[in-house]
Design a protein around this ligand. Structure first.
Ligand code: ZN
Length: 314
């Protein structure tokens, strides 16, 4: 912030200085449950990340689900923004259960082969247009929930992905307008049954991608204005502590804006819709020999500045 004379005002200097020592004021929206509250609630991760602020306790007119919150658009967002700096009680992490930041979106749209380095791993050229598939919303689970291995598959694999959450309805959205339709970003795990994705079901990817629990999401929806550049974030996946995927979202072939423009040629986007933007190299199926998830494994999917999913495989 510059004072009218072009020099930094004292207030701005103090604010900047405070920023060095204060926890970040990024807006990290969560859905959570707590024993003393009925049903899901909307919250904010506190600045230092040690707990959750209940947004209903700040303003009882705010909706209790992310879908309703996003439908209210900027009006609800600006109320939540005020809560960031209000002196509010913080619920300790140990007392809340985090749900996925979006639980029942109208749709989960996924993008295949969208990392240049992932294409290289498969020895194929990058696609000329986005490859789109989907998962049902019923596959979404929370950031620390279990991934259930279905008896139907022997080849369940990991895929860490940057997820875009839509905040504003739109069709035929121009790439130049696309970011205005984004509410924020979160981490997704596109769990994939390779046998069903690649060989069964007439090679339609759907069934292999959409078993129950195959879409861990969260922990927070980090609002668009809190992410400096979504296309320059470290992205990684660890299985039992071992790094199996490690890349950067700058490897994405089609960026968020192009994806929204492309997909909205076909379908209307609604608030809460989720786009999984593709995975970097290092998935189990292309390893030699291939490796798949086993009962007891723990998968961590992490994106710089967004957070980490920790899901046990059962
Ligand atoms: Zn994927």
């Amino acid at each position: 912030m510059l004072a009218s004379g072009g020099r930094k005002s004292l207030a701005a200097l103090l604010q900047a200085r405070k920023g060095l020592f204060q926890p970040s004021r990024d807006m990290r929206l969560v859905q959570f449950q707590a024993p003393h509250l009925t049903g899901p609630h909307l919250g904010l991760e506190s600045g230092s990340g040690e707990g959750i602020i209940n947004l209903s306790a700040f303003d009882s007119t705010l909706p209790k689900t992310m879908m309703q919150f996003l439908e209210q658009g900027e009006a609800a967002l600006s109320v939540a923004r005020r809560a960031l700096t209000a002196p509010l009680p913080v619920l300790p992490r140990s007392e809340v259960t985090l749900l996925a930041p979006v639980t029942r979106p109208d749709k989960v749209v996924c993008v295949g082969m969208n990392y240049a380095d992932h294409c290289k791993e498969q020895n194929v050229s990058v696609p000329k247009e986005p490859i789109i598939f989907s998962k049902f919303a019923s596959s979404i689970v929370g950031p620390y929930d279990e991934i259930v291995l279905p008896p139907e598959s022997q080849e369940v694999d990991w895929e860490v992905e940057l997820a875009v959450v839509i905040g504003k309805k739109g069709k035929h959205i121009k790439a130049t307008d696309a970011m205005a339709h984004v509410a924020g970003f979160t981490v997704a795990h596109d769990v994939s049954a390779r046998d069903w994705q690649m060989r069964r079901n007439g090679r339609q990817w759907l069934l292999g991608k959409t078993f129950d629990t195959f879409c861990p999401l969260g922990p927070a929806l980090v609002t668009r204005d809190s992410v400096a550049d979504p296309h320059n974030l470290k992205i990684c996946c660890r299985v039992n502590g071992e790094v199996v995927q490690s890349s950067n979202t700058n490897q994405m072939v089609f960026k968020t804006e192009e994806l929204i423009a492309w997909i909205s040629r076909f379908v209307t986007f609604y608030p809460g819709d989720v786009i999984l933007t593709g995975t970097p190299p290092g998935v189990g199926v292309f390893r030699k020999p291939p490796v798949f998830l086993q009962k007891g494994d723990e998968v961590q999917c992490e994106i710089e500045g967004l957070g980490v999913l920790v899901n046990k495989v059962v």
